[in-house]
Write a protein that binds this ligand. Structure first.
Ligand SMILES: CC(C)(COP(=O)(O)OP(=O)(O)OC[C@H]1O[C@@H](n2cnc3c(N)ncnc32)[C@H](O)[C@@H]1OP(=O)(O)O)[C@@H](O)C(=O)NCCC(=O)NCCS
Length: 144
């Protein structure tokens, strides 16, 4: 089951999956987590939160229309490869379409690019390095 959740609920999975548990929960907050229009989704498997993603209103360069940035996409290791992440992002896309949002984009880790492409995102950048994390590309999905 997918639900809107408060930003505080995404922090533990962000830390475990995206920061190898190295940070405090407070350090896992992103600027924009609490901004107006931001929202956070969680996938619950029998009441256990197993997958999260956050969406912040933010345009990408000079792309036309209202843009949202997808951040903090993470599924607990034992629950990966079952389509949970795919369902979570598709839930967000339907919601964003209803909000008249034009596109969603993200800085995607190279390893996760296929995950986004399966959903329909396109790769729109050269490779760039995020210090301490590794190679990334910008992925973009037009919603309407
Ligand atoms: C990237 C990540 C969020 C994907 O989450 P997930 O819940 O495993 O995603 P899905 O199960 O929807 O898709 C993953 C794979 O499962 C496959 N899959 C299996 N069953 C599926 C189904 N029913 N529906 C869709 N995909 C399915 C997909 O083909 C996909 O394969 P691919 O990405 O190798 O092509 C997860 O691997 C993760 O947390 N990784 C570590 C952190 C990370 O890299 N986050 C992204 C930062 S940009």
């Amino acid at each position: 089951m997918i639900r809107f959740i408060p930003p505080s609920e995404v922090l533990a999975i962000r830390n475990e999956v995206l920061r190898e548990g190295r940070l405090t929960l407070e350090q896992c907050r992103f600027p924009g987590d609490q901004s107006e229009g931001s929202f956070h989704l969680g996938y619950f498997e029998q009441d256990k939160l197993i997958c999260v993603a956050s969406f912040h209103p933010k345009s990408y360069q000079d792309y036309h229309g209202i843009g949202y940035q997808l951040r903090g996409m993470a599924t607990l290791e034992n629950f990966r490869g079952k389509g949970r992440g795919n369902q979570l992002v598709n839930f967000a896309i339907v919601y964003l379409r209803g909000q008249k949002v034009n596109y969603v984009w993200c800085n995607a880790r190279k390893k996760a690019i296929r995950f986004y492409q399966n959903i329909g995102f396109e790769n729109i950048s050269d490779e760039f390095e995020v210090p301490g994390v590794g190679p990334h590309h910008v992925l973009y999905l037009k919603i309407q």
